[in-house]
Design a protein around this ligand. Structure first.
Ligand SMILES: C[S@@+](CC[C@H](N)C(=O)[O-])C[C@H]1O[C@@H](n2cnc3c(N)ncnc32)[C@H](O)[C@@H]1O
Length: 227
């Protein structure tokens, strides 16, 4: 059942990759200067870090970390997303590795990375706790996890029937979506997940200054550190 749900969700990202990546394909990485500034506020420029961007999609965060000189790997389940990420790296002339893998079952050795970043991927996982366990596992001691998410403090109504004939958002997709425990998580729920994975100094910071398509659901960043 669980593998089936993951398969249905994976299909949504394969079919929807071009649609999701339209913005970055048309306008390139330079339109993400606000995100670049956010990273620069959080991460000192030196020393250079070994960074993993989990659920990288078209590679936005991975490319921004690479642009700042950090050695970065972007990982995604969807080969279509990864192909777009590789094209984006090429057209931006940025050196960045992109590999296929499951965010909930990373094959990297323990303590491989200084920083794991995850933007808008946690909600897509059938087992977010398993994902966070793996992201903490691959962090070096004192390594940091940054999760960028929407903070669904105000619950939003769901209307699966509305778009059930859509090629990407099929009825089957909506049924699987409804079983995702963190599809509408609050920042407090995400914070608790990081703490349950043994991370310390877990903090939530709202992101006010970056434009968000979901105006009523603000972005936030949840940071945690490995002991
Ligand atoms: C909403 S997009 C976010 C993409 C990117 N992080 C960004 O901020 O633009 C979610 C991404 O998670 C990927 N994804 C979904 N389930 C995954 C899994 N189990 N393992 C790795 N990637 C996954 C999808 O293929 C998609 O690229």
């Amino acid at each position: 059942m669980e593998a089936n749900i993951k398969g249905i969700l994976a299909k949504r990202w394969e079919v929807g990759a071009e649609h999701y990546a339209k913005g970055i394909k048309n306008k390139g990485i330079n339109q993400y200067d606000e995100w670049l500034e956010l990273i620069q506020d959080l991460v000192p420029n030196e020393p250079k870090l070994h960074v993993l961007d989990v659920g990288t999609g078209p590679g936005i965060m991975a490319l921004l970390f690479s642009k700042l000189g950090h050695k970065t790997t972007g990982l995604d389940l969807s080969e279509s997303m990864l192909n777009i990420a590789r094209e984006n790296a090429q057209t931006s002339n940025i050196d960045c590795e992109f590999i296929q893998g499951d965010a909930e079952d990373l094959s990297f050795e323990d303590e491989s990375f200084d920083l794991v970043v995850n933007r808008l991927n946690l909600w897509t996982l059938p087992n977010p706790g398993r994902g966070v366990y793996h992201w903490a596992r691959v962090l070096k001691p004192q390594g940091k996890l940054y999760i960028i998410a929407n903070d669904y403090e105000t619950p939003i109504p769901e209307d699966p029937a509305a778009r059930e004939n859509d090629e990407i958002f099929t009825k089957e997709y909506y049924e699987s979506f409804a079983s995702l425990p963190f599809r509408h998580a609050t920042a407090a729920q995400i914070k608790a997940l990081l703490e349950a994975a043994g991370l310390v100094n877990v903090d939530v910071t709202p992101i006010h200054n970056i434009e968000n398509k979901k105006r009523d659901v603000p972005f936030c960043i949840i940071t945690g550190e490995k002991n």
